[in-house]
Ligand binder design. Structure first.
Ligand code: ARG
Length: 399
């Protein structure tokens, strides 16, 4: 019998998909659960897949790859979609797609499958990634094909003896990994309604935060965070610790009316404590170690990079080449950033770098100033030359 490898989360849709794929496509289903930071009990998920009827249930701990090959490249690029969304889900999908392809090749499967619906961005990210990496594989998206409402899916699951997780009866649709958590649906679909406290799981409400601020120091080498409070640690640990620490201080709540690739505006709530802290720290270190021209150019790259990640174009030549530029541009983004976490805010309060472009003797208004102020009139004379000529010939537009 033909085989299909299904990206299996253990949730309602992908559980129903195991049965549905076997029935509708008459294929052997291999379930693949990828841990990129949002999975609680891998063995339990594995058992569940087998119980529902998967012929094999595989798991991969891909957290390290996720951090080093997806999250950190995006952090170095300051990739934030529409100025708000740090792209947690968008970064996770291409990695899951890559692992699906790897398993499909090993197991000689003819298809891969994922749980995305036909209305979102995730289908695009999976389909385009697989098509790039393994054009010979068919991609099946059961939830895009079966035309069942959520209630009908629950009924389908119950009919087939699939245990319906308590989470499936909650009105919210949630996705999470190391870089953040997203919450959609229910009352959140009214963009005027303030998110109820119950949607948040990683961040405290500002009113429940500690009354004392907490200071932290993040060390970067060439744009990559390598230490927290002076202690060197691997990326996975650093992000986990920051999610906890910053979440405790209510940092990282985002409320975004977002422009989906498929044309829909959707209201998304995110919790991204570590991403919020690290992106802010990284940007402040760049401000100290890069020139004005580099900073301006990097903003354009950030914007392109974020759009490509969001739009499912991770495995493309342009994304790859932009990443090479970003890596090169990060070689001097080294130093330490000091931040204050307090009641929902994180503020940069200090930064230092062995290759800082900040020069005290140039900046100071006190004794020790070496800036030659007598050179300024000459500079201004030349700088203002085109402006003066234009005003003389054409007059000033303000008059
Ligand atoms: N809107 C976000 C994105 O497109 C989050 C999507 C969350 N996905 C989900 N299946 N709940 O990246």
């Amino acid at each position: 019998m033909d085989k299909v490898v299904l990206a299996y989360s253990g949730g309602l849709d992908t559980s129903a998909a195991i049965k549905w794929l076997a029935e509708k496509y008459n294929m052997d289903v291999i379930a693949l659960t990828v841990d990129i930071g949002g999975v609680s009990d891998l063995p339990a998920i594995q058992q569940k897949a087998l119980k529902i009827g998967a012929v094999k249930a595989l798991t991969v701990d891909a957290r390290e790859t996720f951090v080093n090959s997806f999250i950190f490249p995006a952090l170095k690029a300051n990739a934030i979609y529409e100025g708000q969304y740090p792209l947690a889900t968008a970064l996770g999908r291409p990695l899951i797609a890559k692992l699906l392809v790897e398993v499909a090749r090993k197991e000689k499967a003819v298809a891969v499958a994922h749980g995305s619906t036909g209305k979102g961005n995730d289908q695009v990210r999976f389909d385009v990634s697989v098509a790039t990496l393994a054009p010979e594989l068919k991609v099946i998206a059961p939830a895009r094909e079966w035309g069942m409402t959520r209630e009908e899916t629950i009924a389908y699951a119950e009919r087939h003896g699939i245990p319906v997780p308590v989470k499936a009866t909650s009105p919210y649709s949630i996705d999470e990994n190391l870089w953040g958590r997203s919450i959609e649906c229910g009352v959140l679909e009214d963009p005027w309604v303030e998110p109820p406290e119950e949607v948040f799981a990683w961040t405290r409400s500002p009113s429940a935060c500690p009354d004392q601020p907490e200071y932290i120091e993040i060390g970067f080498v060439s744009g990559v965070p390598v230490s927290l409070n002076g202690e060197e640690m691997d990326g996975v640990t650093l992000i986990q610790k920051l999610n906890e620490l910053a979440g405790k201080h209510g940092v990282g709540r985002i409320d975004h009316v977002e422009s989906r690739l498929v044309g829909i505006k959707s209201r998304e709530i995110y919790e991204a404590p570590a991403a919020t802290v690290l992106l802010k720290a990284h940007q402040s270190l760049e401000a100290m170690t890069l020139t004005k021209d580099q900073l301006r150019f990097n903003q354009k790259v950030s914007c392109e990079y974020a759009d490509m990640v969001y739009n499912g174009l991770w495995f493309t030549a342009l994304r790859h080449d932009l990443a090479a530029y970003v890596d090169s541009a990060q070689r001097n983004v080294t130093g330490t950033v000091r931040m204050r976490l307090f009641k929902g805010n994180c503020m940069v309060v200090g930064r230092k770098s062995p290759v800082s472009l900040y020069d005290y003797s140039l900046a100071t208004y006190d004794k020790g100033d070496i800036f030659d102020q007598s050179a300024s009139p000459g500079f201004i004379h030349v700088w203002g030359l085109p402006v003066r000529i234009q005003a003389k010939v054409q007059g000033s537009p303000e008059q």
